[in-house]
Design a protein around this ligand. Sequence first.
Ligand SMILES: [Fe+2]
Ligand SMILES: [Fe+2]
Length: 214
Amino acid sequence: MDRVLSHTDRLLAALGRRLARLAETAGSSAGRENPAPAGPDAPLDAATRRHIAGLMRVNHAGEVAAQALYHGQAFVARSERTRAHLLAAAREEQDHLRWCEERLRELGDRPSRLQPLWYAGSFVIGAAAGLAGDHWSLGFIDETERQVSEHLSEHLAQLPPQDTKSRAILERMRADEERHGRDAREAGGRALPVPVRGLMRQIARVMKFGAYRL
Ligand SMILES: [Fe+2]
Ligand SMILES: [Fe+2]
């Protein structure tokens, strides 16, 4: 009985330390400046403005999800090195989140009302990926960032040419996501099985559909 208790104690203490570490870093950002050019917005008609805001709301929700995935993975990461890697990337996602939020405000719109759902669902998925082991967890990042980069390219193609502000933000985000993927691969990420990649796309599709509207 004593042995079971001491195991439980150690486990709880370890979880407590991990939570404290997460709490320390959650919400902190890499502090980089919004890359959008300063100055007034180009003229946009109401329908175009609404569409751009829908796209930026999807991207904002994606950044909420990205942070939650990283936090979930960091919570269960086996090695301190992997945890530090994950939390550093999460801080950059916090920059992206802020830039999208600033752009939404400029467009007279708001983030998704389903944010808590995107965060909670993604945290659980991140923790599940992390429990598979650090190499799979890093492989999961590589795949996530690849899918996000492709998705950002689709959004960039939809932006009207005069919207240089949204464009600058999405281009910078895409460059960061590509680097996040590369870093994870170089840190030992393993290629995910095809069905898992397909499932990730399906989940992302549901999120994009929901966040564009709600
Ligand atoms: Fe991001
Ligand atoms: Fe990223």
